[in-house]
Ligand binder design. Structure first.
Ligand code: GRF
Length: 205
């Protein structure tokens, strides 16, 4: 019983999970050309494509994706840069066993272009969040967050790179906690048995 990773693109978070030794049984993409698929295949991991454009409705796509995921009987489904919104039925099917990484300190900046929006808002800290997926986009119980400073002269790319380095650290940590059965969700809040830190604060340069 292992982990199925859903991706859409570059795959650096997926790669970080593999590097951390997370037992990934398959990587599934909604885009045929995703670089993540190449990286996974090179490592001998099963890959599949369920292209959203081939389905007439979101429900049909979700059903096909769910069927592909179920082939691997995963304990956990991980969204690692998966850029499709999943419908309520899919989310319900994997409730409590699906995690996403989002490049902001939720609940601030859900959705897209988080780094641009953080800079425009003038926030002094930014970061990333690993959370359980619920039907409410980019919400859901927070497992771990990493905080980075926003520095004078930052542009979206520079800020994104600083956040991404932290994503690669906290995602594997969160997935490991899940696989070790250490996460407890109570009233929408997540704690870790053994009290590991659910917050990482990146050093100021
Ligand atoms: C990451 O910033 C992730 O937080 C967001 O999309 C990006 C995916 O990057 N959801 P990668 O494909 O993991 O390199």
């Amino acid at each position: 019983m292992s982990v199925v990773v859903l991706v859409s693109g570059r795959g650096s978070n997926m790669q970080a999970l593999l590097d951390a030794g997370i037992p990934v049984s398959a990587v599934i993409s909604n885009r045929a050309g995703a670089r993540a698929l190449e990286i996974a295949a090179k490592r001998g991991i099963a890959t599949a494509v369920v292209e959203h454009r081939s389905f007439p409705t979101r429900e049909a796509f979700d059903a096909a994706l769910a069927a592909e995921v179920e082939r691997y009987q995963p304990r956990l489904v991980v969204l690692a840069g998966f850029m499709r919104i999943l419908g309520a039925a899919f989310v319900a099917r994997f409730a409590g066993r699906m995690m996403n990484i989002h490049p902001s300190l939720l609940p601030a900046f859900p959705g897209l272009d988080t780094h641009e929006r953080a800079l425009a808002a003038g926030v002094k800290v930014h970061g990333c969040t690993v959370h359980f997926v619920t039907a409410d986009l980019d919400h859901g119980p927070i497992v771990v967050q990493a905080v980075v400073p926003v520095l004078p002269g930052d542009d979206p790319d520079r800020l994104a790179a600083r956040v991404l380095a932290q994503e690669h650290i906290v995602f594997a940590r969160a997935v490991n906690w899940f696989l070790e059965d250490r996460l407890v969700i109570e009233k929408g809040r997540v704690s870790v048995k053994g009290n590991d830190a659910q917050l990482v604060i990146a050093d100021l340069p």
